[in-house]
Design a protein. Structure first.
Length: 63
């Protein structure tokens, strides 16, 4: 499964979980216009992350 980067203060989450968090925080933590723009291109972010992931990092089929 493709995941976000792990941080010292929190575990990595799936791309889908990250998108859900960003959507939920629209108007609170994130500008709604920026969230709307992100939603239109988030699959491109996912493809880039898959392409440039660290060597040896497993990615499940369908991610």
């Amino acid at each position: 499964m493709l995941k976000t980067s792990q941080r010292v203060y929190k575990q990595a989450v799936s791309h889908e979980e990250a998108v859900a968090i960003i959507k939920a925080e629209a108007g609170r933590h994130f500008d709604p216009a920026v969230v709307a723009a992100f939603i239109q291109v988030h699959e491109k972010f996912k493809a880039i992350a898959r392409k440039y992931r660290e060597p040896g990092t497993a990615v499940a089929l369908g991610d």
